[in-house]
Design a protein around this ligand. Structure first.
Ligand code: ASP
Length: 308
């Protein structure tokens, strides 16, 4: 039996303590803790890393503070298009969903796509038809309507500007994700997002793309990313971390540092990632001012962080 490890993120970006009220800080910290506890309770009982990352990400999707599920940002036509993906490191099965609306927990749909569709990635109407066939509940548009997100969109509506989440200050990202190693030695990663405010109708980022926003392989690591998706797609970031470990023998932290602090910066990409390796080591790496994040290892005190 291995010791379990779990890490989660709620997005990276220009998150400055000077801009944060104590109440808001407390709300974020509490939400991160709740999501971590939800995932950890599964690992503690010997549950699978896949179940744990799904539970943690669903908890974050239900919290309007984060840009995923309920708190998803508005696209250029005033709607929501959500993306999510999951990968099981034990067999490298994967499922992703892109450009969907009306589904409460896109990550659960991604899991069903992995387990039951015979495909890896479903999009738009076809994904919704699959969700209906699986009995997923549809949520009304009001469920996803958040006054703050609406105001964010109104600021840039009708322009070409595309904003990353919580862009009151400059750039922040609100995507959510989780990575875990369970007691049976299996790794899993999951990521979910509403994308970017005012993104073009039909735009797909890195989050539902296996290898870019999400990757897991029991031989190396599990990774979930957040940041400007176009750069993470071009950098094939999550898989690159795994490759650096597998082909170059880098440690988890060294691989994450190389990708986030060197390769991503070379193409002007900003953001971060969370990762766990087969030994239970955890990396929380970002090249932005902050990243909402939390981690726990079996028998150790949990950590919740926001700023650099
Ligand atoms: N990576 C996400 C996207 O580009 C955004 C984010 O991380 O906030 O859709």
């Amino acid at each position: 039996m291995s010791s379990y490890s779990l890490a989660i993120h709620g997005g990276a970006g220009t998150i400055l303590k000077s801009e944060m009220s104590p109440e808001k800080e407390m709300a974020y910290t509490t939400a991160l803790r709740e999501a971590l506890d939800t995932g950890e309770s599964i690992l503690l009982k010997g549950g699978s890393s896949v179940d744990a990352v799904i539970a943690a990400v669903s908890s974050l999707e239900d919290c309007p503070l984060f840009n995923a599920g309920r708190g998803s940002v508005f696209n250029a036509v005033g709607g929501h298009e959500m993306d999510a993906s999951i990968m099981d490191g034990s067999n490298r099965m994967a499922g992703g969903v892109a450009g969907i609306s009306g589904i409460k927990n896109p990550i659960r749909l991604a899991r069903d796509i992995m387990d039951k569709s015979g495909h890896v990635l479903l999009i738009g109407e076809g994904a919704i038809a699959f969700a209906d066939a699986q009995g997923f509940e549809r949520m009304p548009p009001e469920y996803f309507h958040d006054a703050f997100r609406y105001a964010q969109w109104k600021e840039v509506q009708g322009t070409e500007a595309v904003q990353l989440d919580h862009t009151i200050i400059d750039k922040k990202f609100g995507t959510v994700g989780a990575v875990a190693l369970d007691q049976h030695g299996h790794l899993a990663a999951a990521t979910s997002t509403g994308g970017m405010t005012n993104k073009k109708f039909g735009r797909v980022g890195d989050s539902p793309v296996i290898g870019s926003g999400t990757y897991a392989n029991d031989r190396t690591c599990a990774v979930s990313c957040t940041g400007s998706g176009e750069f993470f797609l071009r950098g094939v970031v999550a898989y690159d971390v795994s490759c650096l470990m597998e082909y170059k023998g880098l440690s988890l932290q060294a691989a994450c540092d190389e990708v986030i602090h060197h390769r991503l910066l070379e193409i002007d990409g900003d953001g971060g990632l969370i990762a766990v390796d087969a030994l239970g080591n955890i990396a929380l790496t970002f090249n932005t001012e902050g990243m909402y994040r939390a981690r726990v290892k079996q028998g150790q005190e949990l950590f919740v962080g926001i700023y650099r």
